[in-house]
Design a protein. Structure first.
Length: 473
């Protein structure tokens, strides 16, 4: 039997028993409460578990039309049934127009259970439609990623506040620094995570009636109406304190937010002009902090790569030592040797954006996994370009997986078109990889590794440099 929770508005004990019997015969197990007054119905409706209301049409102290009013006052959309022994067609139509879902004559209670079943189905459909409508309205006015208001809501709110009735209004413009670098290197999923953290940090110092919206990819705006006694500078300081606190307590990619604000006060400027001033102030702040913010991100990525053992001291030191020896042998000047030494340390920087399941896979990579792995020179190039300390070797990082025969990646360069530093690094990196254990194989002995280098001279490696390297080691 289906469980049915029902409020019955009825003053007659006998009629109540007849209603209960009709519902039980219709296959329902009942939980019910009986009320006879407006106050009793109001109190009962505070319990959200009730599914339907059945009301006698007319009682000495209460009536079905009054019960419908109480239902609406409480904001409950429950199936509402009127039962009566004397209701006429005109009265019934009026009741249906007022919101009743059906009327049942007391001499035909066999209709009650089927009507309840039908209206419960319709109630489920209505509730789903209502939920879908609310969801649609939410999506129209909110950013799907952060849950903040979106540009549509923000622009409508700016129009609503025009005219000065909410002055002073503080408008705060905020921009998450380095998002493109994060998306390009460690992926959009991490970028989305950083955006949500940024939204939380911006929200914390704001008041309940303030409005925070995400109006672009990395752009946020806060509206603070009726900001009597509030200071934009204090809001900025509070946000920066939240950012510092987050960065101090997390080892993840650091957050950096450029901020600017402007205040409407009693000036004749409309809010669009106030917003322009806030944006301009934010851009000035971004110019001051951009290099520092990028460096913070690059340092965090380098630290993350170090933890994954791709620039660990042993590997990097061995590469650097051999690269310097080779650089001197081929006559590189000190400036190029210094660059070669640096690129030996950071050439695999782009691997910070490669998933661990690929980097440390013990078996061979699939074609799809190789496609992902081959992205790391470009990722490393973008990271290095963002850092003043690494920008001058970014072009070497991009080219360090090119092959002598032109089958390398990502540019497909061939022969002497490949920078000499990259040709040197390719040989030494391969040698070190072969002579040290990797997740997918155990190390070769020195003689086996040198033989492999000779076999690949003229295809993977510059043959003259291979001959030189064989003499050095």
């Amino acid at each position: 039997m289906a469980l049915l929770r029902v409020i019955i508005v009825e003053d007659s004990e006998d009629d109540l028993l007849l209603l209960l019997r009709a519902l039980k015969k219709g296959g329902y197990e009942l939980i019910y409460t009986r009320v006879e007054t407006r106050e009793g119905l109001h109190d009962a409706l505070q319990d959200p578990r009730w599914q339907i209301v059945i009301s006698d049409h007319a009682m000495p102290n209460f009536s079905a039309p009054e019960a419908l009013e109480v239902l609406k006052e409480n904001g409950r959309d429950l199936p509402f049934f009127i039962v009566s022994g004397t209701i006429g067609e005109e009265v019934a139509v009026t009741a249906m127009r007022a919101g009743a879902h059906d009327y049942i004559m007391k001499d035909n209670l066999a209709r009650l259970a089927p009507a309840v079943e039908r209206e419960l189905r319709e109630a489920v459909i209505r509730e789903q439609h209502k939920s879908d409508q609310q969801q649609l309205e939410f999506l129209m006015l909110h950013d799907q990623l952060t849950g903040l208001y979106n540009r549509v809501y923000f622009e409508n709110e700016i129009k609503r506040l025009e005219g000065g009735h909410a002055n002073p209004v503080i408008l705060l413009s905020a921009d998450l620094d380095g998002l493109k670098l994060i998306n390009d290197t460690v992926g959009q999923k991490e970028g989305d995570h950083i955006l949500n953290i940024c939204a939380d940090l911006l929200q914390k110092p704001l008041w309940k009636d303030d409005i925070l919206a995400r109006v672009g990819g990395d752009e946020f705006v806060a509206i603070m109406p009726r900001a009597v006694g509030r200071s934009g500078e204090e809001v900025v300081s509070a946000i920066l304190a939240e950012v510092d606190n987050y960065n101090s307590n997390n080892d993840n990619i650091p957050i950096s937010i450029s901020l600017g604000y402007s205040v409407s006060d009693d000036s004749p400027d409309d809010l669009e002009e106030v917003l322009k001033k806030a944006n301009n102030n934010m851009l000035l702040d971004k110019q001051k902090r951009s290099k520092s913010a990028r460096n913070q991100v690059v340092r965090a990525l380098l630290a993350a790569l170090s933890e994954r053992d791709y620039i660990s001291s042993g590997h990097a030191d061995r590469l650097e030592e051999l690269c310097v020896m080779m650089g001197k042998k081929v006559g590189l000047d000190q400036h190029r040797i210094t660059d070669l030494s640096l690129v030996a340390q950071v050439h695999d920087l782009g691997k910070v954006g490669i998933p661990d399941y690929i980097l440390f896979k013990k078996g061979g990579l699939t074609d799809q996994e190789w496609q992902i792995m081959r992205q790391h020179p470009e990722k490393g190039y973008r990271i290095a370009q963002a850092s003043p300390d690494l920008a001058h070797v970014a072009y070497l990082i991009l080219r360090h997986h090119e092959r002598w025969d032109g089958t390398g990646y990502p540019l497909g360069l061939k022969g002497s078109d490949i920078p000499l530093e990259c040709r040197i690094l390719s040989i030494i990196d391969s040698y070190d990889a072969m002579t040290n254990d990797r997740p997918y194989r155990i190390a070769k002995i020195k003689e086996e590794a040198l033989e492999e280098l000779k076999n690949c001279a003229g295809t993977q490696f510059d043959p003259e440099l291979v001959e030189l390297f064989l003499k050095i080691v």
